[in-house]
Design a binder for this molecule. Structure first.
Ligand code: F6P
Length: 321
C-alpha cells in the first residue's frame, strides 16, 4: 500500500484538524495509508511516525490547534538535518509528504525536495502571509476571534470615554490588523506596510474625536516599532484622554474554525490526496478567485508580498471628513 505522510509545522491554525481529518478519510477511501508525523519537522528528525485511523480523527474537525502537534524547528534550517529527515521518510517507506504550515514550513518542504521527497504544501497560518493564495487556514477564524474581542472591549471603553489601543498577531504581515480595523471601524491602523509615526496616530485619534467618535480604537500589528505603552503615553499626553491597551494574543489562534476555514480545509485535503494519486508533486495548494489552485512550490515560496490595497482604501475612506 502507498503511504502518504502528513505534518503540521510552525504556529498551529484553525482548520488544520479539519484538513488532517479530510486527508486521512480520503486516503482510507483510496486504499492509501495515511501516516502522521508528530511535532512537525522535529518529529521528522526523530521519526515520530504513526499510521492514522479514521476513528481517531472522527471528531477533530471542529477543534482548533493540531492533532498532529507542531513545532518551530530551527534545526531544520541546517541542510544536513533536512537530509536526515528525507532519509527517515525513505526508511519508513513514506511515498510523499503533505506539509501544512506557513512560509517557514514551506521553506523546509522546498529543501526536502532537494533530497527527492515528493511534496504537497497546504497553507496553514493565521497570518495570511503566503501571498500566492488569497487565504490560508486559520486567517478567517483569527480575524473573527479578534473582532469579537475588540467589539467586547469597545463596550467597556465606551463607558469611560476611553481610547483603546489593541495589538493583534500577524508577524510582519498587516492582514489581520487591516481586516480587524476595518470591521471594527477603528480610527487608526498601524502596520508595517503603511508606516506611521506616533504623531500620525495622535492625529488619527484627534480626527476621530472631532468627528464625534466617543471611544476611538487604534489597531496595531505586533511587529510595528512601538510598544502599546508608548502609544498610550503619546496619546494621553497629546490629547488629555484616558487610554487602555490590550494585546489579544492567543485568543486569536484558538477555537472552532469558521465555516470558511473548514471549507478550505476540506477542499485542500481532498485536492492533496488527488494530487498524490496523480503523482503531482512539488506544488502548493491555494485559493484564488474562489477556486482551488495548484501552484509550483518554487513560485509559492517566491511570491511577492501583497497588501490588500482595495480594502485599505475602503478603511481610509471610512475616516475622511
Ligand atoms: O505565525 C503565527 C503566529 O501566531 C504569529 O502571528 C505570531 O507572531 C507567532 O505565531 C507566535 O508564535 P509562537 O506561538 O511560536 O510564539
Amino acid at each position: 500500500m502507498k503511504k502518504l505522510g502528513i505534518l503540521c509545522s510552525g504556529g498551529d491554525s484553525q482548520g488544520m484538524n479539519a484538513c488532517i481529518k479530510t486527508i486521512v478519510n480520503c486516503c482510507h477511501h483510496a486504499g492509501i495509508t495515511p501516516v502522521g508525523i508528530y511535532y512537525g519537522y522535529e518529529g521528522l528528525l526523530s521519526s515520530s511516525f504513526k499510521e492514522i485511523s479514521n476513528e481517531e480523527v472522527a471528531s477533530i474537525g471542529l477543534l482548533g490547534g493540531t492533532y498532529l502537534k507542531t513545532s518551530r524547528c530551527p534545526e531544520f534550517f541546517d541542510i544536513k538535518n533536512v537530509e536526515i529527515g528525507a532519509n527517515n521518510l525513505k526508511k519508513a517507506r513514506i511515498d510523499a509528504l503533505v506539509v501544512i504550515g506557513g512560509n517557514g514550513s514551506y521553506k523546509g518542504a522546498y529543501d526536502l525536495q532537494k533530497f527527492g521527497v515528493s511534496l504537497i504544501c497546504i497553507p496553514g497560518t493565521i497570518d495570511n502571509d503566503l501571498f500566492y493564495t488569497d487565504m490560508s487556514l486559520g486567517f478567517d477564524t483569527a480575524v473573527s476571534n479578534a473582532v469579537w474581542a475588540v467589539d467586547n472591549i469597545k463596550q467597556s471603553m465606551f463607558s469611560n470615554n476611553r481610547v483603546l489601543v489593541v495589538k493583534v498577531m500577524g508577524r510582519k504581515c498587516g492582514h489581520i490588523a487591516l481586516h480587524v480595523a476595518t470591521v471594527c471601524n477603528a480610527s487608526s491602523l498601524v502596520v508595517l506596510e503603511c508606516p506611521k509615526q506616533l504623531t500620525d496616530i495622535i492625529k488619527d485619534v484627534k480626527n476621530a474625536l472631532e468627528l464625534g467618535v466617543v471611544s476611538p480604537v487604534v489597531v496595531m500589528n505586533e511587529s510595528v516599532p512601538f510598544s502599546l505603552d508608548e502609544v498610550k503615553d503619546a496619546i494621553e499626553k497629546a490629547l488629555d484622554i484616558e487610554v487602555r491597551c490590550s494585546e489579544l494574543g492567543y485568543i486569536q489562534r484558538g477555537g472552532t474554525p469558521s465555516v470558511k476555514d473548514r471549507q478550505l480545509a476540506i477542499m485542500w485535503g481532498v485536492s492533496a490526496v488527488e494530487c498524490f494519486k496523480k503523482g503531482e508533486f512539488g506544488i502548493a495548494l491555494g485559493y484564488t478567485n474562489h477556486q482551488v489552485r495548484r501552484v509550483p512550490l518554487e513560485e509559492a515560496i517566491h511570491s511577492e508580498d501583497v497588501f490588500d490595497q482595495e480594502l485599505y482604501q475602503h478603511f481610509l475612506a471610512l475616516h475622511q471628513k
